[in-house]
Design a protein around this ligand. Structure first.
Ligand SMILES: N[C@@H](CCC(=O)N[C@@H](CS)C(=O)NCC(=O)O)C(=O)O
Length: 206
């Protein structure tokens, strides 16, 4: 049985749980690892994932980390239609997945930690504001893409939507100034109709 280790409040863990439910993949979930639970700095955990981050996923004895790489593995293993096999269509999916990790993931993390996990008197407001500006720039690029296509990588829901959905939830839920990104909003509202997205991603931020 696939084993998913990591707290479900992490967007990177949410991707795995959401995708597994979309694809009908059975799993066990150890929610009490990472964040306030701790447990991700023990020698046993670090032997699996030297980064000390969540998620870590174990498929039989095969240990994986890096959330987007994990969902690509699972999609290939289970021959998911959400991961197109035609090589150009696959490239479009993969570039948005890489873009999520390289352009918006860190920025949204800085804003979330600053506004949700840090007391007002301890906040580095300049750092939060800079991350917020960069995050808005990123989400504006995504809005431009969604002006042309129904979903992130085209007219169908694909693996490219999975990493970005939880980030959109934070974007629309945090108390931040943001431009009116109508295409992004329309796409996010569409995702909100999916039961597995509701269950794993439309949760209170912590
Ligand atoms: N690029 C990694 C990032 C993993 C990561 O930074 N995870 C965060 C949670 S989103 C983490 O483990 N933070 C420390 C903790 O939860 O204790 C991935 O996509 O899996």
């Amino acid at each position: 049985m696939l084993r998913i280790l990591g707290r479900a409040t992490s967007t990177n863990v949410q991707k795995i749980l959401w995708f597994c439910d979309e694809a009908g993949i059975a799993y066990e979930h150890d929610n009490d690892i990472g964040g306030a639970f701790g447990g991700n700095d023990t020698p046993e955990y670090l032997a699996m994932n030297p980064n000390g981050k969540v998620p870590t996923v174990v498929d039989d004895n095969f240990v994986m980390w890096e959330s987007n790489s994990i969902i690509r593995y699972l999609a290939r293993k289970h021959k998911s239609a959400l991961y197109p096999s035609e090589f150009r269509a696959r490239n479009v999916v993969e570039r948005w997945m890489d873009w999520e990790l390289s352009v918006v993931a860190r920025q949204q993390g800085t804003v979330l930690v600053g506004l949700v996990r840090t007391k007002p008197e301890d906040r580095d407001n300049a750092k939060i504001a800079a991350a917020q500006r960069a995050w808005v720039r990123g989400m504006t690029i995504l809005d431009g893409q969604l002006a042309q296509t129904g979903y992130v990588a085209g007219d169908d829901f694909t693996l490219a939507d999975i990493p970005l959905g939880p980030i959109a939830h934070r974007f629309f839920s945090l108390d931040i100034e943001r431009p009116d990104l109508a295409n992004l909003r329309r796409w996010y509202d569409t995702l909100a109709g999916r039961p597995a997205f509701q269950e794993w991603c439309l949760i209170e931020m912590a």
